[in-house]
Design a protein around this ligand. Sequence first.
Ligand code: 13P
Ligand code: SF4
Length: 306
Amino acid sequence: MVTDELRAEVARLKKERDAVVLAHYYVTPEVQELADHVGDSFALSRLAATLPASTLVFAGVSFMAESAKLLSPDKVVLMPEPTADCPMAHMVRRETIDRAREQYGDDLAVACYVNSTAEVKSWSDVCVTSSNAVRIVRALPQSNVLFIPDRHLGRFVAEQVPEKNVILNDGFCPIHQAISAAEVEALKAAHPGAPVLAHPECGPEALALADFAGSTSQIIDRAAELAPADCIILTVDGVRAELERRCPSTRFHFPSTRPACPDMERITAERLAACLRDGAGEVGLPPEDVARGARAALDRMLELGR
Ligand code: 13P
Ligand code: SF4
């Protein structure tokens, strides 16, 4: 629980530093409570590009803070827990891109999930998030699309956009992939008729049992729209705080293995306050050629929009 003293100190430090705190839905409820904006990856990228504050404190994993710095290079971007990282962000090899470009030439676009390092983004033509991947891939002029790094989001996109040849890479999110079809079947048996809302990073067997797949914000919006008595959620249980706030009369059920992102959970309210206090955890820009390429891919995503 956040104490009144800590809440007051964070508010004072934010004012002194002209800082805004951005938090992803997967961080703990305490950190979400101290944030000025809580959102999914796309909403947070858009905010990072447009907020007037001179300092952004990013309560999320490194690819999120790095994207914020690329989109707002003149701002100070701080990470309360600089070692918080997303394993999937590294699951692409350069030769996968080179091979595809050699094979398909100009009729290939490389679509890169924002859950990727700046270097991986710089090899790509456009970034996507789980909230806009289908729309962006559909709108690309090329008929072949190499989707990196997540094979599960890539497969979900391929199913929604059958007119394109979507080539998959073999990256994955260990947390979403671990949600088993057996767990989902058990939840469905325990709560018959409850809608199943899933993140598209889930594996194909679990996702096949879902009624809806979308980003964390889209899952929350869908639950609020349906307002069911019971609802089954297949994503990291950090979304629970916002689900319960938006849908007070719905009982939410998560897989019994409790999907949690260990890197996101390392960000604590104390570390957030410490980072505002001493300005530690500053995120730097990558080398200029990497920054240029990565920013172009992110800008293209923002242009193509939601
Ligand atoms: P969102 O695109 O819903 O923010 O998800 C990001 C993420 O890391 C999912 O694991
Ligand atoms: Fe990465 Fe998975 Fe954590 Fe999302 S939940 S940040 S994809 S490890």
